[in-house]
Design a protein around this ligand. Structure first.
Ligand SMILES: NC(=O)c1ccc[n+]([C@@H]2O[C@H](COP(=O)([O-])OP(=O)(O)OC[C@H]3O[C@@H](n4cnc5c(N)ncnc54)[C@H](OP(=O)(O)O)[C@@H]3O)[C@@H](O)[C@H]2O)c1
Length: 244
């Protein structure tokens, strides 16, 4: 989805900083976007799961006198499988990226934005934020954190001129399943969205100043149905949909 945010923002003539671990795909994307849209693109290879990564990234941008107006807090991944059968280091690494890095990046760049009285932060939660999900127990819990954190920050930072929006994608065709070692059930395949409309929904909601948004009609039906069903049923349904 990061590719899509980058392209959609570049099309609006927004200059970009790309941050992820692998330099090569970012350099390739940067060259394409510079040529296609005439924007400036800086590439910052960084492992955001390393403690202190957010401060390190901020330091590197300060050295280049770069200010961030829009933070898309997109880096994250899932882990599918039984909690006790998953090596603890993998779960801890995921929590570090999905929760700690997201929190630190929001703090560090949010402070700058609040001092300027303007800025936008997009956080990426998930449809799994809305109920516990056996088979994705720790991942779904990290995304519940992101949604709760993001909606609260939305209210806290609004008076300081900073918009915070939480995008809650449903299943989207990206590298997510491979990274999570997750199977794709036939129901999940039916519900799968393309990354472009998912990312576009997030950026539109950010521009409109919404607290949170769920892309896709079916995803909205699923989350709405949670209001009508017991939590035990929500867990069972999500477990079977996500192939647990
Ligand atoms: N796809 C879905 O169904 C879905 C649904 C709901 C929410 N989400 C969320 O959407 C976000 C984007 O995921 P995606 O679906 O686009 O998956 P993806 O295709 O696997 O992309 C993940 C991105 O995060 C970067 N990344 C991973 N670990 C990193 C690290 N330690 N440090 C810095 N960058 C790192 C990856 O680049 P490098 O590998 O180069 O680091 C890649 O650009 C995630 O937060 C995910 O939880 C996805």
């Amino acid at each position: 989805m990061g590719l899509e945010y980058a392209e959609l923002l570049a099309a609006q003539k927004v200059n970009l900083v790309l941050a992820a671990r692998r330099r090569e795909p970012m350099e390739k994307l940067a060259a394409e976007l510079r040529q296609k849209y005439g924007v400036e693109v800086v590439v910052e290879p960084i492992d955001l799961a390393v403690p202190g990564a957010a401060a390190h990234l901020k330091g590197s941008l300060d050295d280049q006198s770069l200010e961030i107006d829009i933070l898309v807090n997109n880096a994250g991944y899932g882990l599918h499988g039984d909690f006790l059968d998953t090596p603890l280091e993998r779960t801890s690494d995921m929590i570090q990226l999905n929760i700690t890095a997201v929190t630190e990046l929001s703090f560090i760049f949010g402070q700058d934005m609040a001092a300027r009285g303007a800025g936008q932060i997009l956080l990426i939660a998930s449809i799994l934020s809305f109920q516990p999900v056996p088979g994705f127990s720790a991942y779904a819990a990290t995304k519940s954190y992101v949604l709760s954190f993001g909606e609260a920050l939305h209210d806290e930072l609004r008076p300081r001129g900073v918009t915070v929006t939480c995008l809650c994608p449903g299943h989207t065709e990206t590298g997510f399943d491979a990274a999570a070692s997750a199977p794709v059930s036939p129901v999940l395949r039916f519900l799968t969205m393309k990354p472009r409309p998912t990312a576009a929904t997030g950026l539109r909601a950010l521009a409109k100043g919404k607290a949170s948004v769920l892309p896709g009609f079916m995803n909205n039906i699923i989350v709405f149905s949670n209001r009508l069903t017991p939590r035990s049923m929500q867990r069972a349904v999500m477990k079977s949909v996500t192939g647990g």
